[in-house]
Design a protein around this ligand. Structure first.
Ligand code: FAD
Length: 289
């Protein structure tokens, strides 16, 4: 449980951090909240020669509301997001996901940027940023770019980030007349999602589904949209029967489901259908007929 030797740098600016990453390309790792990197280093699953600590860059910790989206600084902690009543009004699923992460210590230290960059297949935020069709803003030694969330996750613990790039901001659109919810069945020891679903629902005036977005985590090697549920619900009346029937199809177009000592693939498929329905039921009030 002792990490391999490494050089430690405390970054005093974003540009300085990006420069250090570029100088030590492939051998350097950023340290944000440390709640994924440090365990990986202790287990020697990660052995960076250089650790660049960005934890002191307070300018990367913020929640800002813009006209059409919210912007979250990469160093915003899970606890700050979970405590935001303002965010709860427009992006309740995000607040719920943040509040369901690990324990108090993890939530006080861990950051949204660190969680997305780590790309654990069972992490909570990925389902939320995929369902909201968010964007990840990144900066490298040579400039900035914006990556759509659905292109950001490329596999387990893998992302579209280049070795010198730093996540600086996460953007989630604000949808009119919408409701959202996040539900997970948590692994009892770690709190990670065995299956988690974010549902974002927009209804028209007649109470039918104008737009629905569902995304899952914990079930496949990266977060995934639940296309079968979305197709079944689009244009349909938002009621108990249509939602139940649609969520029964939650796993129908997923070919390969993860399995481990805790949950078989069949059990995960069952949990996915259950948490999809629970997320849907809470995202928007359901009519009974
Ligand atoms: P760090 O650990 O500092 O970094 C993680 C990785 O991301 C590293 O590779 C680092 O180099 C990179 N990185 C960090 N910041 C940036 C950045 N801005 N740009 C580019 N790369 C960056 N997560 C859940 O989703 N759900 C849970 O239920 C859950 N339970 C947990 C329980 C325990 C006991 C622990 C220890 C962790 C748990 N986690 C859970 C993980 C937790 O949310 C971590 O905080 C999170 O995954 C990583 O965020 P961090 O800020 O701690 O990143």
């Amino acid at each position: 449980m002792i990490p391999a030797a490494f050089d430690y740098h405390r970054a005093s600016s974003l540009e300085g951090a990006a420069k250090l990453l570029a100088q030590h390309a492939g051998d350097a790792k950023l340290l944000a909240g440390g709640h994924s990197l440090i365990p990986m280093m202790k287990l020697r699953l990660a052995q960076p020669g250089v650790v660049v600590d960005i934890g002191g860059l307070v300018e990367l910790s913020y929640i800002k509301r813009h006209r059409k989206h919210i912007a979250l600084g990469a160093l915003t902690t899970h606890a700050s997001l979970a405590a935001s009543t303002e965010l709860g009004k427009s992006h309740r699923a995000l607040v719920e996901a943040a509040g369901a992460i690990g324990d108090v210590q993890v939530r006080n230290c861990g950051t949204i940027g660190g969680s997305l960059a780590h790309a654990d297949p069972a992490a909570d935020y990925p389902a939320v940023v995929i369902a909201f069709e968010g964007e990840v803003v990144v900066k490298g030694a040579t400039g900035a770019r914006t990556i759509p969330a659905f292109k950001f996750f490329t596999g387990p613990l893998s992302t579209a980030l280049a070795p010198d790039e730093i996540v600086t901001e996460v953007r989630l659109p604000t949808f009119a007349d919408s409701g959202s919810a996040y539900e997970k069945f948590a692994q009892p020891a770690s709190g990670f999602a065995v299956a988690g679903v974010c549902a974002v629902v927009q209804l028209d005036k007649a109470g039918s589904c104008r737009q629905v977005r569902f995304a899952a985590t914990g079930v496949t090697d990266r977060p995934t949209r639940l296309a079968a549920v979305e197709t079944a619900l689009k244009g349909a009346p938002w009621n108990v029967h249509t939602v139940r029937a649609a969520c029964e199809r939650a796993d129908s177009d997923i070919k390969h489901v993860l399995e481990d000592a805790y949950a078989s693939a069949d059990y995960r498929r069952h949990l996915l259908r259950v948490v999809a329905r629970r997320a849907a039921e809470r995202a928007m009030p359901l009519s009974q007929s």
